[in-house]
Design a binder for this molecule. Structure first.
Ligand SMILES: [Zn+2]
Ligand SMILES: [Zn+2]
Length: 410
């Protein structure tokens, strides 16, 4: 089948392309890219006027909840949400029920993803059995089953000795360990960032140190082990500084931040809308600005959504904030900022020009899109209604898209 996508604004950071181009696709592969490709008989045509045409977005941190919590999200609904937003590949975390800590769960996720046939779904397996933080999983077996990385996300690997061993095995097996940096003994029952706002409203706070002590610990271990360590959803200026220093000292580490931490600050919690209850909590404006600086200077490699749906009755429309589990649903597609999540983890060879391409995206990044996409299962949409803050994509003038080619091993 031949498909011609005409009049779109082609954005391909890996090739340094950002201009009006047509695209000819044959049998699912990009055959030709040119200023103007003539329509010929037998071609299906998409008029992409006013749209961005881009390689498929990749989200390396989502929670699809299947197996076990399909009332919150399923592989099918999560994949549908992903592709609606232009995400053609997502990596899903292991805190399912049962936990993805053995090969049969990994294989069942892959099989289900194939059946659904929408986005590419890459399972991330747990670091420890049951995500209990004690015994390492059978990493080699899980990799054979299709796991692309290891993370106890949802929890931090609290014991330094356990994360040390995990990093050592990961080095041997050449796979990434993704750390959710949170010292649970410090964050405890906290709800929001600890500081002026938590004091003012009498909310239990989470110190920035809860994150930073784990970032520091992992970086110290990593300095010697030199495995593949990725720190996810970093939220504080202190974490950015620690990672920046580590990079300068040539310690191998990568990191991501979420759209909500890049766009919102703790002042949102004054609305008492529990949609702003996320983990790590929204931080101060100074932290937010430092995260953006980190993204610009390459300390933070990419944006990842931490798409983590909960069912509506648990998510806070009707329950007090303290009872609501933290979580946001950023990968959801038709929230414009979700479309700013623009990262390609696989460097592709060759300069500009026609290259085989598996998947791509055409859409209006500043357009809210059909509401049906918002009708899925959770309630937490902290960025709903927010305008896209990337001028180059939002149509408000031109800007260079920040893009770095760095492998996460996904
Ligand atoms: Zn997490
Ligand atoms: Zn997560």
């Amino acid at each position: 089948m031949k498909l011609l996508i005409k009049n779109g604004r082609l954005v391909d950071p890996a090739a340094g392309v950002d201009r009006a181009m047509d695209l000819l696709i044959e049998s699912g592969r990009v055959k030709e890219i040119a200023r103007a490709i003539r329509k010929s008989p037998g071609l299906s045509l998409i008029d992409a006027s006013g749209m961005v045409v881009a390689p498929g977005f990749i989200d390396m941190h989502v929670h699809l909840r299947e197996p076990g919590q399909e009332n919150k999200e399923s592989i099918a609904s999560g994949a549908r949400a992903a592709v609606r937003g232009g995400f053609t590949s997502v990596a899903c975390m292991a805190n399912t029920e049962p936990v993805n800590d053995n090969r049969s769960v990994t294989e069942s996720i892959i099989a289900r993803a194939r059946q659904v046939g929408l986005a590419n779904i890459f399972p991330i397996a747990a670091v420890t059995r049951g995500q209990l933080g004690e015994n390492l999983v059978e990493m080699a077996d899980l990799i054979e089953g299709g796991a692309v990385a290891f993370s106890d996300d949802g929890h931090c690997v609290m014991k330094a000795d356990v994360i040390r061993k995990a990093l050592e095995y990961a080095r041997m097996l050449d796979v990434p360990i993704i750390e959710h940096p949170e010292d649970h003994s410090i964050s405890a029952e906290g709800q929001v960032n600890e500081g002026f706002i938590s004091y003012k409203y009498g909310l239990r706070g989470i110190l920035k140190a809860a994150e930073e002590v784990i970032v520091a610990r992992d970086l110290i271990l990593q300095e010697r082990i030199r495995s593949k360590l990725h720190l996810t959803h970093v939220s504080t200026a202190g974490s950015v500084a620690l990672i920046r220093n580590a990079r300068q000292a040539k310690t191998p580490v990568s990191a991501d931040a979420t759209p909500h931490h890049l766009l919102l600050n703790e002042e949102r919690v004054q609305t008492y809308d529990t949609v702003y209850k996320v983990k790590p909590p929204l931080r101060t404006e100074a932290d937010r600005l430092e995260l953006i600086r980190g993204l610009q200077d390459g300390t933070i490699d990419c944006i990842a959504s931490d798409h983590a749906p909960h069912t509506r009755h648990r998510h806070g429309d009707v329950v007090p904030g303290d009872l609501r589990p933290p979580g946001a649903r950023e990968a959801d597609h038709d929230q414009p900022p979700g479309r700013a999540v623009f990262h390609q983890s696989r460097p592709r060879p060759g300069p500009e020009g026609p290259r085989p391409r598996q998947d791509g995206f055409a859409g209006r990044p500043d357009h809210p899109g059909p509401q049906e996409a918002l009708q899925d299962r959770g309630g937490g949409l902290p960025l709903q209604g927010q305008q896209l803050p990337v001028p180059g994509l939002g149509g408000a003038g031109r800007s260079r898209l920040h893009h770095r080619q760095r492998q996460f091993g996904l």
